[in-house]
Design a protein around this ligand. Structure first.
Ligand SMILES: Nc1ncnc2c1ncn2[C@@H]1O[C@H](COP(=O)(O)OP(=O)(O)OP(=O)(O)O)[C@@H](O)[C@H]1O
Ligand SMILES: [Mg+2]
Length: 470
């Protein structure tokens, strides 16, 4: 007899929100699965032992045992069921940690039925494979990675955090190519990959391929033997050798001169190279992470960059979107930089005026996050009060603002267009108030002359968490 298309499975859903539990139970029972629910991590651990579910969906933010802690305990018991973590507001650390602790996937709310169904399809057919993949995962401890924290909660950034988490798990010989415009955070991503991997305590060696003339670059990378050339008075180890099992970050790889491209290709293929003037090869264990802000594929087409090297480098590709394509992250980033510089120069600045934030939100940022950081740093220096005003911004930020005061019309259907603008306004308003009141919902609601409930309803609608502003 042919197997049924969907096998009846046991699915455990863990969430402190009963509405979510109910919604999941509806979806799964329609699909013919059996849905078991747990309202806390503690309860889930009991059910995992007694019921042996086939797949687990679990919220991250729960009172008591958090989702991540519960995940760790589940994994420590070698439970083979794939675990899918869910969060309303994801930071880089939670996303990376979830994947590192062995989560099968990491989803951000709002969830729709299709997304949940697809996740079950992805998680269930190949269970034996999953079981081995988290054995590999659980080898790594996820240390807190905040030195080079990436800020951003838009879906585009969530995808990047997931990629970082999974790249850190792949063996060192899978190279990573990071692309994106200048100032989008390529170096930061390279460091996050290093810091979240198992060799975080090994060296992270950054090499800028444009910084040195070809001859020097070669000995810089490969090292040289004593007497290899005039001036080589003793043996010098190259960066590739010093990196050990760590990470070699090749910045602006697009500018690597052709002879070195060929040598690098050999290194990637053979994992071995010689010092300049030597013939005793040494082994290379480090991971190569390359970055470029030029379109490397176009360079390949113009025969300026070797195609074979291009393919070797981008075993894993991470593309960072320009800031103007993820404007929703601007308030978060601007707030982060404001805090950083206000603390550094000890000014009691608490936030941006509405008009200032409006200007920051509509600017195009050709220099991306680096430019936003500079704009905020400068504004902090020039600010005289406790709030950043439009006149503290560089002229170019406010220059074309009057022209862009027209509201966006996104649809020719009146109600759709109105709703879009209204949502922009509601979201911005709530963010502004919460920032001003440092995350106190009570104070923010009070000043807005709204009930706390209504204020919270808006926060929920736009997935805004008060913790972001504390
Ligand atoms: N997501 C982010 N969160 C916080 N800071 C960020 C983020 N992305 C970038 N930055 C900051 O912006 C600046 C530029 O980042 P980075 O040097 O990584 O960019 P890049 O892509 O390597 O740029 P370039 O191509 O010009 O070398 C740094 O100061 C970095 O800390
Ligand atoms: Mg850079």
């Amino acid at each position: 007899m042919a197997r049924k298309a969907t096998e009846r499975r046991k699915i455990l859903v863990v969430d402190d929100d009963e509405k979510i539990l109910f919604a999941f139970a509806q979806v799964f029972s329609q699909e013919g699965h059996r849905c078991i629910t747990a309202k806390s991590g503690e309860e889930a651990l009991g059910i995992v032992a007694s019921e042996k579910p086939d797949v687990i969906f679990m919220d991250i933010a729960m009172p008591g045992l958090s989702g991540l802690e519960t995940l760790q305990r589940i994994k420590a018991r070698n439970v083979p069921a794939p675990v899918i973590m869910i969060t309303g507001y994801g930071t880089m650390q939670t996303a990376i940690k979830a994947i590192q602790f062995g989560a099968f996937d990491y989803l951000t709310k709002p969830l729709d039925v299709e997304k949940i169904r697809e996740e079950v399809r992805k998680a269930l057919p190949d269970r034996s494979h999953n079981a081995s993949s988290y054995e590999a995962h659980s080898r790594f401890k996820a240390d807190v990675i905040d030195r080079y924290e990436l800020i951003g909660s838009t879906p585009a950034m969530q995808e990047i955090y997931k990629l970082i988490g999974s790249v850190a798990m792949t063996p060192n010989h899978s190279s990573v190519l990071i692309t994106g415009e200048s100032g989008t955070g390529k170096e930061l991503v390279a460091r996050a990959i290093h810091d979240s991997g198992p060799a975080a305590s090994e060296p992270f060696i950054a090499i800028n391929c444009t910084a040195l003339p070809e001859a020097l670059l070669e000995s810089e990378l490969f090292g040289h033997e004593k007497g290899a050339f005039t001036g080589a008075v003793e043996r010098k180890l190259g960066k590739f050798e010093i990196a050990g099992r760590g990470t070699i970050f090749l910045d602006e790889i697009g500018t690597l001169p052709p002879p070195l491209q060929q040598k690098l290709l050999r290194v990637l293929q053979e994992r071995e190279c010689e010092r300049v003037g030597g013939n005793e090869p040494f082994h290379i264990d480090a991971r190569f992470v390359a970055a470029t802000n030029v379109d490397l594929e176009a360079e390949v087409n113009k025969k300026r960059f070797r195609e074979d090297l291009f393919f070797r480098l981008h075993v894993v590709a991470i593309h960072l979107p320009p800031l103007r394509e993820r404007r929703d992250d601007i308030p978060l980033l601007a707030g982060y930089f404001l805090k950083k510089y206000a603390e550094r120069i000890k000014k009691p600045i608490t936030g941006f005026s509405d008009e200032t934030m409006h200007l920051l939100l509509q600017y195009s940022y050709p220099g991306n996050i680096r430019q936003l950081e500079n704009i905020v740093e400068r504004a902090v220096i020039f600010s005289k009060g406790d709030i950043i005003l439009p006149e503290n911004l560089q002229e170019k930020v406010s220059a074309n603002a009057s022209g862009s005061k027209t509201l966006p019309i996104v649809s020719s259907v009146f109600s759709e267009s109105r709703d879009h603008v209204l949502e922009m306004f509601e979201k911005q308003f709530v963010i502004e108030q919460l920032r001003k009141h440092r995350g106190s919902v009570t104070a923010a609601a009070k000043e807005s002359k709204m009930t706390r409930q209504n204020f919270q309803r808006l926060m929920k609608k736009y997935k805004i968490k008060s913790e972001q502003f504390r």
